[in-house]
Design a protein around this ligand. Structure first.
Ligand SMILES: C[S@@+](CC[C@H](N)C(=O)[O-])C[C@H]1O[C@@H](n2cnc3c(N)ncnc32)[C@H](O)[C@@H]1O
Length: 277
């Protein structure tokens, strides 16, 4: 786990995470102030379309107060807190990187949601799951980091009852990449598993799931990442003031990398809902 947690920092989205505290200071919060999830949702969601995308998942899956949810790769904890705050569901939020997990726990506690969201730090593939069971597993832009998809689906299946659901928004390879492109993504996005879409779906079928929904998101996410990059650049002065030059450059570089690969037509995005048979 330590190797992955260290190596994944080649992805610049995961460096300079003190930007969250800078944003809190910009909101005028002192370190002991309590927070509302909606006050921080514009910087605690590390996927596309923020809490709007999480709301769509809540609806699609049918999450409510009775649901026991596991999020794989929970980042700063934004989606887990949003689910808990808006449905009353219990969420276990598993995150590989210790610094992000510590930050996520702090934010959850300050939002008064520690009774519903349990943060855990570890690699999903090695975590001691014991006899844990969840009604559903959710994951935003995380499982493409994990190279062993077969093992990931086998463990997931063991954590779900029959009819349990697996929801993900994730990356896939839309068109064959050159070695240089694939290497750039391996470093800049820490890609571990990037099959084509047919293989992506087939892996779930082979692991004993049926596909309830499979939405192609590539064009939508190309537009999203274009707007994100342009918006970030046009607010350079603000970002350098709130953070610093090196944070701005790291984020700009990351946003540019992702957008270039979406625009090439080779990086793809998918939203998938599967049910364990
Ligand atoms: C792009 S972030 C998304 C975070 C969160 N899902 C969100 O949308 O705000 C993906 C996260 O997955 C985590 N991750 C990657 N591999 C993991 C693993 N094997 N086990 C647990 N978490 C992992 C990364 O550390 C990263 O924080």
């Amino acid at each position: 786990m330590l190797d992955h947690a260290r190596e994944i920092k080649s992805m610049k989205l995961y460096t300079h995470i003190d930007r969250v505290h800078n944003e809190l200071a910009e909101l005028g919060k002192t370190p002991s102030d309590l927070l509302k999830t909606e006050e921080i949702s514009h910087f605690d969601q590390l996927h596309y379309h923020g809490t709007g995308a999480v709301d769509e998942a809540i609806k699609m899956i049918g999450l409510d107060q009775q649901s026991r949810v596991l999020e794989i790769g929970s980042g700063f904890g934004g989606p887990a807190r949003h689910i808990a705050a808006h449905t009353g569901a219990r969420v276990t939020a598993l995150e590989l990187q210790p610094d992000q997990n510590t930050l996520a726990s702090e934010l959850t506690q300050r939002c008064g949601l520690s009774n519903l969201v349990d943060h855990a730090c570890g690699d999903f593939l090695c975590h001691p799951w014991g006899d844990a069971e969840f009604d559903c597993i959710v994951s935003w832009l995380a499982i493409f980091h994990i190279s062993d998809r077969q093992k990931l689906l086998q463990i997931s299946s063991g954590l779900l009852p029959t009819n349990g659901l697996f929801f993900t928004e994730d990356m896939y390879c839309r068109q064959q990449m050159s070695d240089v492109e694939a290497e750039e993504l391996e470093k800049g996005m820490y890609t571990g598993y990037m099959p084509d879409l047919d293989t992506y779906v087939d892996d779930f079928l082979q692991a004993g799931f049926e596909i309830l929904r499979c939405d192609e998101m590539s064009d939508n996410w190309t537009d999203f990442t274009t707007d994100r990059l342009n918006d970030y650049r046009s607010n350079r002065e603000r970002h350098v003031r709130v953070h610093d030059e090196s944070t701005f450059l790291a984020m700009e570089d990351f946003y540019d990398l992702v957008n270039r690969h979406f625009r090439s037509g080779k990086l793809g995005g998918v939203r998938l809902l599967a049910r364990k048979l």
